[in-house]
Design a protein around this ligand. Structure first.
Ligand SMILES: Nc1ncnc2c1ncn2[C@@H]1O[C@H](COP(=O)(O)OP(=O)(O)OP(=O)(O)O)[C@@H](O)[C@H]1O
Length: 592
């Protein structure tokens, strides 16, 4: 190696070495810095990990603490539960011991029960044959009872028939009673109660088909039951048809030659007009036909039905309609010059034979029930009506429809009776010598024309006409249908002025009717027929030989108890009347 090396080279070489060293150092520094950075990174990671682990540790510590708490409370609960289990075990042991006792007891009891059932079964078996025997006996008894009931019903019918015959033979007045249903007019607002019974409570009942039971409840008196017996009693459920069915046989009697009178009696609002005529529908054009028909339309139907079964033209029917209002007799069929019906006053007289008559009364020939009802509808508007506190359409007059049936061909029986009766009459006439020349003259003038029958011409004709020969004897019978005005308590009906006078006339005429019945029942020599126009007019029906049926109408409620008792008493009194037995009519001579 050369010894002469210049300094620059040495310097350069040294610089180069130094630079090399520096570069190495720098590389080393870089490496160290990198390593440091990596170490910093690792440190940061370790620190993060350490923080996480510390947090975890804290969380775990907390959890451990909570677990310790839970363990503690679980331990407490467990010890409680253990205690309760211990108690339950003890209870179970007790229950087991008790149920063991029960089971034993039950076993004993069921054993005993089984024993009893066995004994009972044996007993039942023993008694079964007895039961069969008893059942047979019951069946036999039921059969007997059924037979007895049947016999009882037959006996009742027979008794009724016999009773009717007896009534007829004794000349008794038949009395039927109809207790109407409870209606709005029975409710009087603010009405007091008697012994706790309100005024609209039913105290009158039809207990069977011939008795009425009345619970008499009066203030400060004990309740008393009264029974009234009549030929027939209808309760509130009996309709118009049922009521008429009991009356219907009288129509046959009419054609058999008996005079018949059906008269409805009762206090105001008790159903007389409903029973006799029917209840009319509301409205000005309403007629009886629109409604439930009563006895009058039904009787007219029946009469013309019976007549239609007879030989053609053998019967004629004449009709008169009269009202007794304020003790005056009004002929409701009398017509004015325009042919309109107007009520015309008539008189009632007593004929020489002692019967009553209304001279100049208008009679209209009627050929069907429709004609009868047409006439009745036309005159009903003339009939006196006015509202009272009890009944807003109260009839203030007695209404009498008379149908006179003339039979031109009496049957053989009637002829035989006619002959017999004529002989008796002749004997009586010769004894009494009433066959005076005056009478003969009057009579001959009557028989000269058919229009001169007692129903058309004779004003004041006191003597009967002469008896025609039997072959041509017309048989005349009359059917009187009477709807009386209602008896009433003036205080209750609240009427004043003219209406008060009307009421007092009604009450007086009804009490005159009651007096007549009283006199007849007691068979007094004098019967006061002439005390009122009503009784005078109906004299022949009440005291004569007509078949008379009184249809008592009664309200069922406490409100009208006094009036109903009065009506029932009237009916009871009427039943006591014994008149001449009803007699067949024989000739026109006997008729009025
Ligand atoms: N059996 C019955 N069934 C149903 N309603 C009835 C019955 N009886 C009566 N009525 C009704 O009671 C009311 C009074 O009856 P009704 O006019 O016949 O009495 P009345 O006795 O004729 O009275 P008055 O004497 O005041 O004229 C009427 O509205 C009628 O329709």
């Amino acid at each position: 190696m050369p010894l002469f090396i210049n300094r620059d080279q040495i310097f350069a070489h040294q610089v180069h070495l130094l630079e090399h060293k520096l570069r190495n150092k720098e590389d080393h520094i870089l490496e160290l810095e990198t390593e440091n950075a990596l170490l910093h990174l690792r440190l940061a990671e370790s620190l993060a990990k350490l923080r996480y682990e510390r947090n975890e540790d804290i969380r775990v510590q907390k959890q451990k603490h909570q677990q310790r708490q839970v363990q503690k409370s679980t331990h407490v609960a467990l010890s409680k539960l253990l205690y309760e289990v211990k108690v339950l075990k003890q209870d179970l042991r007790d229950v087991f011991t008790i149920s063991k006792g029960f089971a034993k007891e039950l076993e004993d009891q069921s054993r005993q029960l089984l024993k009893c059932v066995g004994t009972a079964r044996n007993g039942i078996q023993d008694h079964q044959s007895d039961i069969h025997k008893l059942q047979d006996q019951v069946a036999a008894l039921e059969h007997t009872l059924h037979e007895e009931q049947q016999r009882y019903r037959e006996e009742r019918v027979r008794r009724r028939l016999l009773h009717n015959t007896l009534v007829e033979l004794r000349g008794n007045i038949r009395v039927h009673c109809r207790v109407r249903p409870i209606l709005p007019i029975d409710h009087s607002p603010g009405s007091p109660t008697s012994n706790g019974i309100s005024s609209c409570e039913a105290v009158i009942q039809a207990v069977n088909d011939d008795s009425v039971l009345v619970n008499c409840v009066k203030t400060s008196s004990p309740v008393m039951n009264k029974i009234f017996e009549f030929e027939r009693v209808h309760g509130p459920d009996d309709d118009q048809e049922t009521v008429f069915e009991e009356v219907k046989p009288l129509l046959t009697s009419l054609l058999d030659g008996f005079n018949v009178c059906i008269m409805a009696y009762g206090q105001t609002g008790s159903g007389k007009t409903h029973t006799m005529i029917g209840s009319q529908s509301e409205g000005p054009t309403a007629t009886v036909k629109d409604s439930q028909q009563g006895i009058i339309p039904k009787a007219a139907d029946e009469l013309f039905k019976l007549i239609s079964e007879k030989p053609a033209d053998s019967h004629t029917v004449e009709m008169s309609v009269v009202e007794v209002h304020n003790n005056e007799v009004l002929d409701l069929l009398a017509r004015d010059e325009d042919g309109e019906v107007v009520g015309v006053k008539r008189e009632v007289i007593t004929t020489s034979t002692g019967t009553s008559d209304v001279p100049c009364l208008t009679y209209e020939l009627v050929r069907s029930s429709a004609e009868v009802m047409q006439l009745i509808n036309s005159v009903l508007k003339l009939r006196a009506h006015s509202p009272t506190m009890v009944h807003r359409d109260s009839s203030r007059s007695h209404f009498i429809v008379t149908l006179t049936v003339t039979s031109k061909s009496p049957d053989a029986l009637t002829l035989a009776r006619t002959l017999q009766s004529t002989r008796q009459d002749v004997r009586r006439v010769s004894q009494k010598e009433w066959w005076s020349p005056r009478c003969r003259r009057a009579a001959s003038s009557r028989t000269s024309s058919p229009a001169s029958s007692p129903y058309h011409s004779p004003c004041h004709s006191p003597c009967p006409s002469p008896r025609p020969s039997i072959a041509q004897t017309p048989l005349k019978t009359k059917l009187q249908l009477v709807d009386l005005a209602g008896s009433e308590c003036v205080g209750m009906s609240g009427v004043t002025g003219a209406a008060l006078w009307e009421s007092s006339c009604i009450n007086r005429s009804l009490s005159a009717l009651s007096d007549v019945l009283g006199a007849l029942a007691e068979q007094r020599p004098h019967v006061p027929y002439r005390n009122s126009k009503l009784t005078h007019l109906l004299q022949d029906a009440i005291g004569g030989d007509a078949k008379l049926l009184i249809m008592l109408c009664a309200s069922p409620t406490q409100r009208f108890l006094t009036e109903s008792l009065q009506s029932l008493g009237f009916g009871a009194r009427a039943r006591q009347v014994q008149r001449e037995p009803p007699r067949r009519k024989n000739t026109a001579l006997k008729m009025k």
